[in-house]
Design a protein around this ligand. Structure first.
Ligand code: BEZ
Length: 209
């Protein structure tokens, strides 16, 4: 069954480098950055795992738990984590799911048979505390992800949820946000007492903390 934005993220139970994970229980009241990669002991993946580990404090600030996945075993993951820590100068603390039988990667459509029938592509799911899928992104095996963009989209979703706003192209925290078109000017005046700028009736900008 195809997954879509707004769907409840499928729940699962699986072994990881930090023991058995019951996905929804493990997410709890946090957000989740769930990401797959093709295989352990591969160069691009090593840098991605390292980057995620280096950004631990940034994910924590956003109440977001990273969860990695590849179709390898816990034993392989653990050996590889030592390499990640050594080469990327970090201390990887988040769990990596051991999906050797591909159950979870198939459930989350992380296997793209035209690319590989055994290895996952670079999928990203951002899941909110209600366990809803808020972002899906798929990168090719040959290209490492941009982790600034992953943090940026989590910021944008959280600012949007907290303030009832949406964010413009290339938005960065601290910049102006957009009042959605379904909010009337009268409602906007109440909701955004700080005021707003009306460039067009459908394009109104405001500032939020
Ligand atoms: C890598 O992570 O380096 C990689 C994995 C699969 C194909 C190509 C590169």
């Amino acid at each position: 069954m195809a997954l879509h934005l707004g769907d409840t993220a499928p729940d699962f139970e699986i072994d990881s480098t930090q023991g058995k994970i019951k996905f929804h229980d493990w997410i709890g009241d946090s957000w989740c950055f769930f990401f797959s990669h093709p295989a352990d002991f591969t160069p691009v993946c090593t840098t991605e795992m390292g980057r995620t580990a280096q950004l631990a404090k940034e994910f924590e600030k956003r109440n977001t738990k990273p969860l990695g996945l590849s179709t390898d075993s816990v034993e392989e993951h653990n050996k590889w984590i030592a390499d990640v820590n050594e080469t990327q100068n970090t201390d990887l603390q988040f769990p990596i799911v051991a999906d050797a039988d591909k159950k979870i990667s198939e459930l989350y459509e992380m296997i793209h048979p035209g690319e590989s029938s055994t290895a996952a592509v670079r999928s990203v799911y951002i899941i909110d505390p209600n366990k809803k899928i808020r972002l899906m992104m798929t990168y090719p095996m040959q290209v490492g992800r941009n982790f600034d963009e992953i943090l940026r989209v989590i910021d944008a979703l959280q600012v949007g949820d907290a303030n009832g706003v949406v964010t413009p192209a290339d938005w960065m925290p601290g910049r102006k946000v957009i009042i959605p078109p379904n909010v009337s000017n009268e409602e906007a005046q109440k909701k955004f007492p700080q005021g707003f700028e009306e460039l067009k009736s459908y394009l109104r900008l405001t500032e939020v903390k």
